[in-house]
Design a binder for this molecule. Structure first.
Ligand code: GDP
Length: 312
C-alpha cells in the first residue's frame, strides 16, 4: 500500500519507531509531528530536545549507548562553562551546541522552528518531513511536591524525582498547529497516522493540546493507531510508569488505550500485555521492545499492518 504515514512523536522512544518506519517504507513518505513542549531557553540558546533527537536518530548521529545526544560528542564548552561558574545541570555537547546556536540566531532573524528544522534536515540529507507541532511557544510545566517546575528542570535537573500532581501546557490554548500539520493529518493520500510509544502525558498530550490537532485526528480518513509505551506493564525507559502511579492512573495498556480513545482507531500492544485489550478499539499484539534496528522495523511494520487492516 502507498501513501503518507504521519507519526506523532516525542523524543527517544518515538524516534525509535520513526527510524524503524524509515526502513519499512519510503522515508520520503514519512511525516513526523514532534512535541515542542520540552523546548526551552538555556544559557541564552533555544533548545528543542525532541526535534533534535529525531534529527540525530534519523541521520545516524545519535549516541545509542548513552541513549541521548550525539555519538562521539565532546564536552569542552561544558567544562569551560563550569569553570567560570555557569549552569551545568543541563549538558550541552560541543556538536549539539551548534544546532542551538544556529537555531537561536535564525529565530532572531525571524525564521520559524519549522523552517529551521527543515533546513537542518535538508543539510543532513534527510528525506523524512519533520514538523514541530507548533511554531508558537508551548511549555510543559509540572506541579510537584517541590513546587512548579518547567519540564527540563524536572526531567534533567531533578531526574524525575519530584512527585507530580498536575501537568500544564502553557501557551497551548493560543498555539496554532505548524504549517502542514493539519494538512498532513487530513490529507486524502495519508495512509496511516501513528502515535509513537512516547510518554502519553509528557510527549503526546502537548501535541494533542494544540487546538485543531485533536479534531483533525478525529476527522481523519486515515486510521489512527497508537503503539503502547508499556511492555509487560512497565515503561521501557523514563518516568511514564512513575508518573502514572503519582497521577493515580493504573499503568496498564487499557488505561493508555482509554487515554487516547477519542482519537484512536486501534492500538498495538506488547505481546506480554495479552488479555488487556481495550474493548472499543482494534488491538494487535507484537513484541514491541525496540532494542535493535530489526526490532524497530518489526514494530513499525506491525503498527502499519494494524492500520492497513482497519482501513480495509
Ligand atoms: P523522550 O521524549 O525522550 O522522553 O521520549 P519519548 O516520550 O518519545 O519516549 C518515552 C517512552 O517511550 C517511555 O514511556 C517508554 O516506555 C517508551 N519506550 C521507549 N523505548 C521503547 C520500546 O522499545 N518499546 C516500547 N513499546 N516503548 C518504548
Amino acid at each position: 500500500m502507498s501513501g503518507r504515514v504521519v507519526v506523532l512523536t516525542g523524543g527517544v522512544g518515538g524516534a525509535k519507531l520513526v527510524l524503524g518506519l524509515s526502513h519499512a517504507i519510503d522515508p520520503d513518505s514519512i511525516t513526523a509531528i514532534v512535541n515542542t513542549g520540552d523546548d526551552f531557553s538555556h544559557v541564552g540558546l533555544r533548545v528543542c530536545p525532541d526535534i533534535d533527537t529525531l534529527l540525530y536518530t534519523l541521520s545516524g548521529k545519535s549516541d545509542e549507548v548513552r541513549g541521548w545526544g550525539r555519538a562521539g560528542e565532546t564536552w569542552n564548552f561544558m567544562e569551560a562553562l563550569k569553570s567560570i561558574g555557569g549552569e551545568d545541570w543541563f549538558l550541552l555537547g560541543d556538536g549539539d551546541l551548534a544546532l542551538h546556536v544556529e537555531r537561536t540566531q535564525r529565530l532572531a532573524r525571524g525564521q520559524s522552528v519549522s523552517e529551521i528544522t527543515a533546513a537542518y534536515a535538508r543539510a543532513w540529507g534527510l528525506a523524512q518531513e519533520i514538523l514541530p507541532m507548533s511554531d508558537d511557544p508551548v511549555a510543559t510545566w509540572l506541579e510537584t511536591d517541590e513546587g512548579r517546575l518547567e519540564f527540563q528542570r524536572y526531567f534533567v535537573g531533578r531526574r524525575c524525582a519530584p512527585v507530580v500532581n498536575a501537568i500544564e501546557f502553557v501557551g497551548a490554548a493560543q498555539a496554532r498547529p505548524a504549517e502542514g500539520v493539519l494538512e498532513r493529518i487530513g490529507a486524502s493520500d495519508t495512509r496511516a497516522i501513528l502515535i509513537a510509544p512516547s510518554n502519553p502525558y509528557l510527549s503526546v498530550d502537548p501535541i494533542l493540546a494544540v487546538p485543531g490537532i485533536r479534531d483533525a485526528l478525529r476527522n481523519a480518513k486515515a486510521p489512527v493507531v497508537a503503539v503502547s509505551p508499556l511492555v509487560g506493564g512497565q515503561a521501557v525507559k523514563g518516568p511514564t510508569k512513575k508518573l502514572m502511579d503519582e497521577l493515580g492512573i493504573e499503568a496498564t495498556p487499557q488505561t493508555i488505550a482509554t487515554h487516547y480513545e477519542a482519537v484512536l482507531d486501534g492500538i498495538l500492544l506488547d505481546e506480554r500485555d495479552q488479555g488487556s485489550a481495550a474493548p472499543a478499539l482494534r488491538c494487535a499484539y507484537a513484541d514491541t521492545l525496540m532494542k535493535t534496528l530489526d526490532d524497530r522495523i518489526r514494530v513499525a511494520r506491525a503498527a502499519l499492518a494494524l492500520a492497513d487492516e482497519i482501513a480495509g
